[in-house]
Design a protein around this ligand. Structure first.
Ligand code: SF4
Ligand code: SF4
Length: 207
């Protein structure tokens, strides 16, 4: 008999618990986001449009990738880390002392003198967002935090080709290649001079 009444009590309790959640939601102000008219990709626009009732994308959201070439040393670690070969990097052995970024600021300012002389420069840095599975492995592998996920998620394109993000412009590629050629020529000249000096020294010894 005791079990019978206990079952009735438990039944009422579970119905009450379920209904209390439903009732509580009646007093929450409903929010309808007018997407895509309203930009919901940033916290600023979200808080402007919806006060504090909605949050923007979380900080660890893995959206479209972005690369800051001013921080990138073209080491290729992100390319190696990508399990499905989305990233293609070509680089030239080139110090950054003669390069400027898109705003005309000397790229070497971003590095120590030693780093600026040692780094490579990308002549191609493509990411195929059509293939990317947003795993974030490339971001983890990057030693300079140059490659990062943004909170942007809209990337509709009309062709597969347009899904490939190209971070190195033709102008930047030409500049890097020209600088690499200069460095090669300088190295070849120094080598020739050294060889000449050594030859002269040998001739002197023979005489
Ligand atoms: S997020 Fe993953 S799949 Fe996408 S480029 Fe990076 S490593 Fe490759
Ligand atoms: S791992 Fe980072 S620094 Fe290296 S090539 Fe990729 S983005 Fe550039």
């Amino acid at each position: 008999m005791g079990g019978y009444f206990q079952n009735i009590k438990d039944g009422f309790q579970s119905v009450f618990e379920g209904m209390s959640v439903t009732l509580a939601s009646m007093f929450v102000r409903p929010v309808t986001v007018q997407y895509p008219e309203v930009d919901i990709s940033t916290n600023e626009t979200i808080s402007r449009n919806y006060k504090s009732t909605l949050m923007g994308m979380p900080p660890n959201y893995r959206g479209i990738l972005n690369v800051d070439l001013n921080l990138c040393t073209a080491c290729g670690l992100c390319q190696k880390a990508c399990p499905i070969e989305c990233i293609v990097i070509d680089n030239v052995k080139c110090d950054k002392t003669g390069l400027t970024d898109k705003d005309g600021v000397a790229v070497k300012n971003r590095f120590t003198q030693k780093e600026a002389l040692k780094t490579r420069a990308s002549t191609r840095f493509d990411i195929n967002m059509g293939k990317c599975m947003f795993c974030g492995l490339c971001v983890i592998a990057c030693p300079t935090t140059a490659i990062k996920h943004t909170n942007k998620f809209e990337f509709n394109q009309s062709s597969l080709e347009e899904l490939v993000l190209r971070f190195v412009s033709d102008e930047e590629r030409s500049k890097a290649e020209a600088r690499a050629n200069e460095i090669d020529e300088e190295a070849a000249r120094k080598k020739a001079e050294k060889a000449k000096k050594e030859e002269k020294a040998k001739e002197g010894e023979v005489e």
